[in-house]
Design a protein. Structure first.
Length: 90
């Protein structure tokens, strides 16, 4: 189950939040991941999503930095359900 948690979706918002949490530029994060700055930019804008080794590395970097992206995911899911409930009530 731990492996499944590490593979949680890294959308653009979470990639950017991690980068900002680290206080680094797109270029610096790209260097840590062994990818191009353009790739990080494309993730952040939602053109593409990280996959493969990049997902694993993002998880490792997040864990070492104390970045709790899984907790944010649960909050987002709850918020989306709450909003869906309000939409039906109108």
């Amino acid at each position: 189950m731990a492996k499944k948690n590490k593979r949680r979706a890294w959308d653009g918002r979470r990639v950017r939040a991690l980068r900002e949490h680290l206080g680094v530029s797109q270029n610096a994060l790209a260097g840590e991941l062994g990818t191009r700055q353009q790739t990080v930019s494309e993730w952040e804008t939602g053109q593409y999503v990280p996959r493969g080794a990049s997902v694993t590395l993002l998880g490792i970097i997040a864990e070492r930095a104390g970045f709790e992206y899984e907790a944010a995911s649960r909050v987002d899911e709850g918020h989306q359900k709450e909003e869906a409930g309000h939409v039906g009530a109108h």
